[in-house]
Design a protein around this ligand. Structure first.
Ligand code: GLN
Length: 447
């Protein structure tokens, strides 16, 4: 049924880059046999899911939205994908995204943009635009996305679905094509918070194949969801409610805060004083790490190799020139610059220092509150082409998402209403390191 829907609806939405019918049917038969045998079923038995195309899937083309990986078939699966399947999920296919997860609108995909099913004519957000749109359009029940500086939370807000950014280290990154390794995280998109808790419970946990995955025992997110929120202290950071915040978004967030107050939460004004440095800090660290990570795409080991090169160095150069899109090249240039001798101290080291201050802001706030509630984005979904000419305008889209990314804390976006023009609005809930349970409870109390 889902493949039938995809065949008709996705010609318009363009959320899938590849379908994995054979794998899906084999898994469905396995589940069917287990049902018939009266065997134990996993928590996701029979649930159709989609996977962002930055996650490796064995034998299925995995492009990261880039021409440089056109035709690349990984010889292994990402741990997150295997975990979903072990829980019974059926992988339908690979989802469109901004090239190497760099972007906020899905307009940077080398394979064309994704439509926003909930806001025609407007971008679905990015970089996990396909992951958000496919859930919103009913082309899968849940999906995996990645968030380096907002790429789960922002598209979730734009497409009216739930998106969860787990704490750094909570979900294994093995098999994720790296953008910025100290920031990259994998998380679920779902239609509601309860489904997100189920997905996270399956995904969470240590992995010997990812040295940064945490050995802290995951909480039982689904069981914790049942607990009431009364008595929880909710922080409202003044820096996230200043000038430039869209009026309708402000009103919707205030309504969510009212709902929490009515359920017995205590609302506490807090300050995260270094917030204004978050965007420049993020764009130094993320581009620096990207420039190093993307050096592996040399035309030798993966994907595209330029056909017209007389020397080895010309082949590297031409393969990268032909394979990478303009935003990826911009990031490699920026990242190489901030890491270069003479500029390292001024940019990269400084950014690392500010990152520590941003983290301390959150740690101090979490002494006073159990969770933080704020907007995901300053403005609602924008129109295609509106920000493509000005990269800085596009980067400012991340103003409310990148601080949590730099601090490594968990976060989520929950639908909380519509603008007067009927554009979806999301509210962001931020939680302490490894306290996804409280964050999810607050999210469920808002939805
Ligand atoms: N918009 C941000 C960027 O372009 C975030 C991307 C992401 O989270 N993958 O870097």
């Amino acid at each position: 049924e889902h493949y039938e829907r995809i065949a008709t609806i996705d010609t318009h939405v363009h959320s899938y880059l590849a379908l994995t019918q054979e794998r899906a049917l084999a898994q469905a038969e396995k589940i069917d046999a287990a049902v018939k045998a009266g065997g134990q079923l996993g928590p996701l038995a029979g649930v159709p899911v989609g996977i962002k195309d930055v996650l490796a899937t064995r034998g299925t083309v995995t492009t990261a939205g880039s021409k440089i990986l056109e035709g690349y078939k990984p010889p292994y699966d990402a741990t997150a994908v295997l975990k979903l399947e072990a829980a019974g999920a059926i992988v339908l296919g690979k989802l469109n995204c901004d090239e190497f997860a760099m972007g906020s609108s899905n307009e940077n995909s080398a394979y064309g943009p994704v439509m926003n099913p909930k806001a025609p004519g407007h971008v679905p957000g990015g970089s996990s635009g396909g992951s958000a749109a496919s859930v919103a359009a009913g082309l899968c029940v849940a999906s995996l996305g990645t968030d380096t500086g907002g790429s789960i939370r922002q598209p979730a807000a734009f497409c009216d679905v739930v998106g969860v950014l787990p704490t750094y280290g909570r979900v294994s990154r093995f098999g994720l094509i790296a953008f910025a390794s100290s920031l990259d995280r994998i998380g679920p998109f779902t239609k509601n918070v309860a489904d997100a808790a189920t997905m996270l419970e399956v995904l969470a946990g240590p992995d010997p194949l990812d040295a940064t995955s945490s050995t802290t025992a995951p909480q039982s997110y689904t069981a914790e969801l049942a607990k009431p929120v009364s008595g929880l202290r909710i922080g409202i950071p003044e820096e996230y409610f200043g000038e430039g915040l869209n009026d309708d978004i402000r009103a919707a967030i205030e309504k969510s805060l009212d709902a929490l107050r009515e359920q017995g939460c205590e609302l506490v004004k807090i300050s995260l004083p270094h917030t204004k440095y978050a965007v420049p800090t993020y764009y130094v660290i993320a581009t620096a790490e990207a420039s190093a990570n993307l050096s592996r795409f040399d035309g030798v080991r993966f994907g595209h190799r330029s056909a017209h090169s007389e020397t080895l160095s010309a082949m590297y150069k031409n393969s990268r020139e032909e394979g990478f899109g303009p935003e990826v090249k911009r990031r490699i240039l920026l990242g190489t610059y901030v890491l270069s001798a003479g500029y390292y101290d001024a940019y990269y080291r400084k950014a690392q220092q500010v990152r520590a201050l941003l983290t301390q802001d959150f740690l101090a706030a979490f002494h006073k509150v159990d969770a933080i509630v704020c907007p995901v984005t300053p403005s609602p979904p924008f129109k295609f082409g509106e920000k493509t000419d000005d990269p800085v305008q596009m980067y400012l889209e991340d103003i409310f998402s990148v601080a949590a990314s730099l601090a490594g804390i968990c976060g989520m976006s929950v639908p909380c209403g519509y603008t007067r023009d009927n554009l979806p609005i999301g509210v962001q809930v931020l939680g302490k390191h490894f306290d996804e349970a409280t964050m999810l409870r607050v999210g469920a109390a808002i939805e």
